[in-house]
Ligand binder design. Structure first.
Ligand SMILES: [Fe+2]
Ligand SMILES: [Fe+2]
Length: 304
């Protein structure tokens, strides 16, 4: 193998499986506001997912529907269609948590309005003429989704292995939502990157869009945590800082800062491929025992 070939992203073939959406439903009636008992800061750090993902994943679907006509590889096309189905379901499942938060006295609307603006306006379709400019903007967004999916896969792998959440008595319904979603993120972790490589794959674009996506995620996430802590009706002076994040990591109820830092050179390695990290086997094993996924399977046409 030549040096150039060995620097290409190397997928792990055994990590690829056909994708399907699971029509899950969750009953939030018994889930408390602080679903990691006694730890509002870590609870709300993870709760930010419910605010970011509905708009973010709707945006993935919107962009990918525009990309479909440009895919000339039948297997990749099938993967992208499976990805669209899964992300649409994820978006809806997290959206369904919001009425429960509202019922518990925490109205997320002021924050979700900002997130909606971010994805629908800032990252939305611009009135560009057909041709180079329109294609450039589509490729930028495809590369941005690949960068974000590096982090959804990272979080999915983390939550599947976060046994400290069980040990701390975290709410089982919330854990199932996070692990069902996390398992599907691990399952489809190569699709966005493969699509980016199929359409463009430029290393400069990969680095540039990673930097933008990472900065935006950190910005939106810390704003979301501050929003939740400030508006939590059960906290008198709700705040959370970087120290709380580090403490959550040490206790295993949040990812560690070290793992987050290590994820950066992973994605920026020229030989990176998402299939090299995480385990499809572990994801599929969880989906076979997830209460929500099992119930969805039983009620789906052709299910048990
Ligand atoms: Fe997702
Ligand atoms: Fe995803």
């Amino acid at each position: 193998m030549s040096n150039t070939a060995s620097l290409r992203p190397q997928p792990v073939a055994s990590e690829h499986i056909p994708l399907k959406a699971r029509n899950v439903a969750f009953d939030w009636a018994d889930t408390p506001l602080h679903w990691i008992p006694g730890d509002p800061a870590s609870t709300h750090t993870i709760n930010v997912l419910h605010l970011l993902l509905p708009a973010g994943e709707r945006w993935f679907v919107h962009v990918y529907k525009q990309v479909l006509p440009h895919i000339h590889d039948p297997r990749l096309r099938a993967d992208v269609i499976g990805f669209i189905g899964q992300e649409a379901m994820h978006s809806q499942a997290h959206d369904d948590v919001l009425p429960h938060l509202r019922a518990l006295g925490l109205d997320p609307e002021p924050y979700t309005a900002q997130v909606d603006w971010f994805f629908e306006k800032l990252l939305g379709d611009r009135t560009l003429p057909p041709g180079r400019a329109r294609r450039w903007w589509l490729l930028e967004r495809v590369a941005t989704i690949a960068a974000i999916e590096h982090y959804t896969a990272f979080l999915g792998d983390w939550v599947l292995n976060a046994e400290a959440l069980d040990a701390r008595g975290a709410d089982p319904t919330m854990l199932d939502l996070l692990r069902w979603h996390g398992a599907e993120e691990v399952e489809h972790r190569s699709v966005a990157f493969d699509l980016f490589v199929h359409l463009d794959g430029s290393y400069r674009r990969r680095v540039r869009t990673w930097a933008t996506a990472f900065t935006a995620l950190v910005f939106l996430w810390q704003r979301g945590i501050r929003f939740f802590m400030a508006n939590d009706p059960s906290l008198l002076d709700g705040r959370a800082g970087f120290r709380d994040f580090l403490r959550g990591g040490r206790q295993g109820v949040l990812p560690t800062a070290g793992a987050m830092v290590r994820s950066v050179p992973q994605y920026l390695s020229r030989t990176y491929h998402p299939s090299q990290h995480g385990s499809t086997e572990q994801a599929v094993a969880y989906l076979h025992r997830s209460p929500a996924a099992v119930a969805a399977e039983a009620t789906s046409p052709g299910g048990a």
